[in-house]
Design a protein around this ligand. Structure first.
Ligand code: SF4
Ligand code: SF4
Length: 108
């Protein structure tokens, strides 16, 4: 059985997607997350993350991303794009804007 080592991952929470259910904070073995006074999950002890993936898998709103620090250069770019997308409150979560755009393109 492999032993997970701490501090090898970057944990990102997208606050616009977090509904504050607390699952991540309650079950994270490293107590990496807490809920802040706005009821959103925040990363408080990233160095304790053992990269188990529980939070990313169980967050009901897909609001957490855990990535290896070794990959930080590429995910940093991806993270910036995702964070920007998450903050666009006018973007429907069901992707209907994308469908509309593609049907608009088909019409010419
Ligand atoms: S599990 Fe997801 S939705 Fe729930 S508090 Fe954590 S980040 Fe927010
Ligand atoms: S990957 Fe595991 S240890 Fe790391 S923050 Fe998520 S639940 Fe906690």
């Amino acid at each position: 059985m492999s032993v997970k080592s701490k501090g090898n991952s970057t944990v990102t929470i997208f606050p616009d997607w977090c509904k504050g259910c607390g699952i991540c904070a309650a079950f994270c073995p490293g107590k990496v997350m807490e809920l802040n006074d706005q009821g959103k999950a925040v990363v408080v002890k990233e160095e304790e993350c053992i990269s188990c993936g529980f939070c990313e898998l169980h967050c009901p709103d897909f609001a957490i991303m855990v990535r290896p620090k070794a990959d930080d250069e590429i995910p940093a770019v991806c993270r910036a794009v995702l964070e920007k997308a998450a903050r666009k409150t006018d973007m429907p979560a069901d992707g209907s804007a994308a469908e509309k755009n593609s049907s608009d393109m088909e019409k010419g």
